[in-house]
Ligand binder design. Sequence first.
Ligand code: PLP
Length: 387
Amino acid sequence: MQVNTNLQQMKGGYLFTEIINRTKAYQTVHPEAHILRLGVGDITRPLPAPIVQAMHQAVEEMGNADTFHGYGLENGYLWLRQTIIENDYTPRGVVLEPEEVFISDGAGSDLGNLSELFDTHNTVAIPEPAYPAYEDTSFMAGRQVEFVPCTKERHFVPELPKNHADIIYLCYPNNPIGTVLTREQLARWVRYAQEHKSIIIYDAAYEAFIQDPKIPHSIYEIEGAKEVAIEVRSFSKTAGFTGVRCGYTIVPKATGLQAMWLRRQCTKYNGTSYISQRGALASYTPEGKAAIRANIAYYHETAQILLRGLRELGYEVFGGVHAPYIWCRVPEGYTSWSFFDYLLENCQVVCTPGAGFGPSGEGYVRFSAFSYRKDCEEALKRIQTLA
Ligand code: PLP
């Protein structure tokens, strides 16, 4: 047996595991410390009541011989796929067929698994700083990666790759920077993919946070994108599904990949749990939609508290308007990890070091608005005492 050496190319530790380890180590030495967690992007609001009710009912059905559900379709129940199209795409002028929607157990799995559709020799472009999954899965597959820096000097808008890229990962609203792309900026990438016969894997896990009606929610709002893009979405950060697991991926037939992806899923994935899918369906009822709007409004408010507060304290901050993340420049003399340690030790505040998202993330930390209002206010009070 030989191990897959591609896995050894990946960075030492997974970013969020390292943050958890350092936080735990601090808590062990200071058991009395009240640590405020504004680091890892996990939600703090519980599942909305209409979703809980739908899942309870689904559990009841599963416990009754007359209404029990065994394996479902590998690509998900038709009622959920149709509801997704009617609610998330039709109102935006995007025409999709139910066979182009694949229900998943979350965006994370599909972002990794989609890589199996492509030849090992395909080259990859990743604007960075980036959510670590794109780089990790590309390295696991043994692919060449060109990182495209997103810097403040370029208003965090990625340039097109210098070299030909077969596969491109884009994430908007962006994690970690919290920025969005305008229609014109996104259209440049679609044109690039058309010219280069590339595929864009568009991670829209945070689309529900977009506030400006001019900003595209889906890459398919750009003409021609159905031929060159796969879109990945999640119920995690909107409907509170980080611990439930449900998401979906759009693989349009026009990409020529839909049948292959279905074939792959039929062998390797036996479908998302009936209970999760019933919960996801409930997020589209009027009550479910209202609950989700309330969740998003809450996180928008925590983002505003952090954004305003940090700015008042003299920090340079970005993002946080169409996304739950605030990208903050660290003070002179600090690296992103040394500022992480400094905040943990002196304020008991946990953030995420920008360097963990790529070299252009050095000099920044990310604050997550998936927090409690009172914790954000308390964190700002504590940060104010530094100086
Ligand atoms: N994509 C981005 C950009 C994320 O930030 C996350 C989770 O934090 C995911 C995907 C994974 O989402 P899921 O919970 O649906 O696997």
